[in-house]
Design a protein around this ligand. Sequence first.
Ligand code: HEC
Ligand code: HEC
Ligand code: HEC
Ligand code: HEC
Ligand code: HEC
Ligand code: HEC
Ligand code: HEC
Length: 265
Amino acid sequence: MDSIKSPPWRKITQPRLLIGLVGFMSIITMISCATVQRTIVIPPHIEGATFVGSKTCEQCHQNITKDFHTADHSRLMAKGPNAQEMGCESCHGAGSVHNESGGARNTIINPRRDPETCFTCHMDMKARFDTPHHHPVENGKVSCADCHNPHKGRAVKGGGTSMTAEQDTCMQCHMAQRGPFVFEHEAIREGCTTCHNPHGTVNEKMLVQRNNNLCLKCHFQAQSASGKIIIGSQDHTSRVMQGACWSAGCHEAVHGSHVSSSLRF
Ligand code: HEC
Ligand code: HEC
Ligand code: HEC
Ligand code: HEC
Ligand code: HEC
Ligand code: HEC
Ligand code: HEC
């Protein structure tokens, strides 16, 4: 095992746990199952362990189990042939070894360190986090759990309550964008995800669009009879040729400014 080089978030000290490798194999199984109509999700595998059911976790983790019925993932449990078991073990892996050892270290998966367990069901997210600009979840600096609640309430932190609540999540770590600013950019009220995809994009700074279209979707570009490009009642004809709206010398303070009403700095 020691000869296998794996990134720190995947480091598994106990040789019995071939989580990464076997997890990958279950994705393969999942793909082949998907072709036969029924979606069967195979939870992350822990060598030597069998499934014991969520009830047993309650004995020792009552603080988590008591509110679990309110969690999106708990409510998502489907019935019938498409059943996706959304119990504790769908994210944490089979629990028998963990239970019998009384909760010994390295007997259960903690997705804070191992987002692979989320990717078994959210395969599109794996692709997102493979893009060049993404939150660093693979080395554990940022976790899915920083922005998502696995055990209680809405899975998207603040989601569905208010835009501010969803943004608070971002501002915990990104203080510079917090404000309040003397000159606010109203776009921020629409949410950080108007311009950024928190899971990652091919564009610098995880922007959803790489060019001026990012801004022009709200700042409608008026073309005057003389062919001039008017934005915010100013002639931008030569300006938009120079590069991105937020580039040096233009609207650099795109999140808000203390000095410039046109968000220049
Ligand atoms: C006999 C008691 C016991 C049972 C039953 C039990 N656990 Fe634990 N668990 C512990 C202890 C003790 C710890 C380590 C201390 C802590 O973090 O609370 C732990 C830690 C964990 C961790 C954190 C591991 C880490 O590496 O960070 C997870 C996740 C976990 N348990 C999930 C479960 C799940 C899921 C079940 C049901 C399948 C379960 N536990 C059943 C006692 C138990
Ligand atoms: C949707 C996936 C998911 C499900 C379902 C889930 N968990 Fe977790 N669990 C996580 C994530 C993610 C973390 C890391 C949370 C963090 O670090 O903030 C975690 C962490 C834990 C921990 C470590 C202590 C802690 O609070 O960080 C325990 C114990 C635990 N879960 C138990 C359970 C039990 C018991 C259930 C079932 C009632 C359950 N989990 C269901 C994803 C899940
Ligand atoms: C066993 C499969 C499974 C696992 C494992 C799983 N999810 Fe989910 N999750 C689902 C399903 C099914 C949905 C609902 C359909 C959808 O949006 O894809 C969902 C929905 C979500 C949503 C959106 C909820 C909303 O507001 O609509 C988030 C966020 C999410 N999951 C995050 C996670 C994270 C983070 C993990 C790992 C800690 C995880 N999931 C693990 C199956 C899973
Ligand atoms: C930096 C914060 C952040 C991190 C880290 C993050 N997410 Fe999200 N995620 C969000 C936000 C915000 C939304 C709501 C999207 C929206 O409002 O446009 C979301 C939505 C989702 C959804 C449902 C909607 C969709 O786009 O399909 C899933 C599933 C999901 N995230 C999974 C994950 C998984 C899995 C991880 C970890 C590998 C993760 N997220 C890490 C912020 C984050
Ligand atoms: C737990 C802390 C944390 C949370 C919460 C968080 N981020 Fe981040 N964010 C980071 C880290 C760490 C980086 C990587 C910084 C680096 O590489 O220098 C980052 C990078 C970024 C970047 C790219 C910065 C750059 O210079 O390339 C953007 C944009 C961003 N985050 C937006 C968001 C948004 C939007 C949210 C809320 C949906 C969010 N972040 C939530 C920690 C966080
Ligand atoms: C109107 C679009 C827009 C919105 C809304 C927006 N951003 Fe940005 N953000 C940008 C642009 C454009 C950049 C790139 C700036 C640059 O490269 O100079 C950026 C850059 C960043 C960076 C990298 C550091 C920096 O300032 O260059 C972080 C972190 C960030 N944004 C976080 C956030 C957070 C958190 C929110 C929500 C509170 C948010 N953004 C909302 C457009 C936006
Ligand atoms: C979600 C919609 C939205 C997006 C996207 C957006 N803005 Fe805005 N912006 C607004 C609104 C609303 C106002 C306030 C009303 C106005 O002045 O048009 C505003 C105001 C401004 C102002 C101040 C105008 C003034 O002089 O009062 C500037 C400068 C600006 N935006 C630049 C940008 C740039 C640069 C981008 C792209 C990075 C961008 N905006 C993206 C909605 C948006």
